[in-house]
Ligand binder design. Structure first.
Ligand code: NAD
Ligand code: ZN
Ligand code: ZN
Length: 341
């Protein structure tokens, strides 16, 4: 079968010689409908966040059950499912609570398919346990694939701040890409706060307005923090969610977050932050959440089935993976690119 393989630093190749896996025990073989292209792949390819192993990329996966191992119950050929991405041990307390993104054993195992183990940028993908599947019912796997990350990660980040996102408050979203464009829709649907979106091009800012942002600010502007403070007034933004995570965006977040606010850094942009007593308003919680839980992914599927969120999709062939990654490096993807075998 065909697969998009990561061979090492800046070396991604589309190959045709991978053997189609056969599921045993609790394993499930999926026929891939779509595999989302996440910016985290670029951190792997260009910056070496996963090293020393060759594997198939793609950690935002959806498809149809093709074949099941002899112990799998509750699934049959043709069922449309998402693959929950952060694969934990399945046994520890966080895993039992469905929060495999915070598995006790994260430091001693690969993060999941497409993140050190074989992922879904291929004709077929082997999922190690049916526990990691979430049914999507009538949704199309091609369109639904990015729900597993581009929607789940912002959903989980927003949920942890929900008690602060009241209608008299402001929330700042930095980065209106794959994750950020879904974050805006989730905020519009489940919170009351006024939304200020930041990105670096006029196209992305116009896109943010279409998706429900009340205000937009170009974070490249030298006075971006001042522009945001002119919108929020003295109270500042109760919640800032940074989908870039560069030093400059973290710095912007610290300038616009309110007393007792949340500064949530989702982006893995390699930024640095140095704590200083006067650098952060009192009471601010700074956090770096990773992905979300399996049950939160079920809630995300609910939002999509109710048509409260949608992913803006560009479809591409597996063969075009490298061109798509290049387009992402240049910030030219609107919404999410999905590779369709
Ligand atoms: P993307 O490439 O689709 O979008 C990034 C967006 O940020 C683009 O619109 C780009 O124009 C914008 N941007 C770049 N620099 C900016 C700046 N200085 N100010 C404002 N906007 C700026 O990326 P994505 O797939 O949405 O991923 C975003 C980040 O989140 C990546 O670093 C990715 O690795 C990370 N991520 C983290 C988790 C997690 O669990 N913590 C999960 C998925 C992705
Ligand atoms: Zn991702
Ligand atoms: Zn675990």
């Amino acid at each position: 079968m065909k697969a998009v393989r990561f061979f090492g630093h800046k070396d991604v190749r589309v190959v045709n010689d991978i053997e189609r896996p056969v599921p045993k025990g609790d394993e499930v073989l999926l026929k891939i409908g779509g595999a989302g292209v996440c910016h985290s792949d670029l951190h792997i390819i260009d910056e070496g966040t996963v090293v020393g192993t060759v594997f198939t990329l793609g950690h935002e996966n959806a498809g149809w059950v093709e074949e099941i191992g002899e112990n799998v119950k509750g699934y049959k050929k043709g069922d449309a499912v998402l693959v929950y991405g952060p694969w934990g041990c399945g046994h520890c307390k966080p895993c039992q609570q469905s929060k495999e993104n915070y598995c006790d054993h994260q430091s001693e195992q690969a993060y999941g398919g497409g993140l050190g183990l074989d992922g879904g940028m291929a004709d077929y993908m082997l999922v190690p346990s049916s526990r990691l599947l979430v049914p999507i019912f009538d949704l199309d796997p091609v369109i639904a694939a990015p729900l597993t990350d581009a929607a789940l990660t912002p959903y989980s980040a927003i949920k942890r701040s929900l008690d602060k996102l009241m209608p008299d408050e402001f929330v700042v979203v930095i980065g209106v890409g794959g994750l950020g464009h879904v974050a805006l829709q989730i905020l519009r649907e489940i919170s009351g706060a006024a939304i200020i979106a930041c990105d670096v091009t006029e196209e992305k800012l116009a896109f943010a307005k279409e998706l429900g942002a009340d205000f937009t600010v170009n974070s490249k502007d030298a006075n971006a923090a001042e522009q945001i403070q002119n919108i929020t007034g003295i109270k500042k933004a109760r919640v800032v969610i940074d989908f870039v995570g560069a030093t400059s965006t973290i710095d912007l977040g610290t300038k616009v977050v309110s007393l007792d606010g949340d500064l949530t850094i989702v982006g893995l942009g390699g930024g640095n932050y140095q704590y200083s007593m006067n650098g952060l308003p009192f009471g601010v919680s700074m956090t770096n959440p990773y992905w979300g839980s399996r049950t939160e992914l079920m809630e995300v599927v609910g939002l999509a089935r109710q048509k409260k969120i949608h992913i803006e999709i560009e479809k591409h062939k597996l063969d075009d993976a490298n061109e798509v990654y290049e387009k992402m490096r240049q910030g030219k993807i609107k919404g999410r690119a999905v590779l369709v075998p």
